[in-house]
Design a binder for this molecule. Structure first.
Ligand code: FES
Length: 124
């Protein structure tokens, strides 16, 4: 089974982000939660952070990718534990899928309505 990577944008700020009361960006907050949730799963799912996935107007954003599979960008997440768990649960299913396509009936509730782009795998 190939490793599915969750790439979390750590510079995303939602519209209501306020530097006066928030010491970290929304993206950093979500990254911490996703990393913690991913550490609890058994399976080939790993995480990394990048600064900006160019979806700044609809953060928080993550990408779910694996070589040779359909890859996805998801956005409009709140930085909360429910979102983080749904992202990680979805990534586990992506890792288990041969093509990267996860049947809709298996989507965690928390990722529904958050898909932004789908990228077909590059040709061999
Ligand atoms: S700051 Fe997150 S996508 Fe640009």
């Amino acid at each position: 089974m190939t490793t599915t990577w969750i790439t979390i944008c750590d510079t995303c700020k939602r519209e209501d982000w306020d530097p006066a009361v928030q010491s970290v960006t929304d993206g950093e907050a979500l990254a911490e939660l996703v990393e913690a949730a991913a550490a609890l799963v058994r399976g080939p799912v790993r995480t990394r952070r990048v600064s900006c996935l160019m979806g700044c107007t609809h953060g928080c954003n993550v990408a779910v990718q694996a070589p040779g599979k359909l890859n996805y960008t998801l956005g409009r997440f709140d930085p909360d534990p429910e979102a983080a768990e749904a992202i990680v649960d979805y990534a586990v299913k992506h890792a288990e899928s041969e093509t990267g396509q996860v049947p809709y009936r298996e989507w965690p509730q928390g990722v529904k309505g958050h898909f932004v782009t789908r990228h077909p795998p590059l040709p061999e």
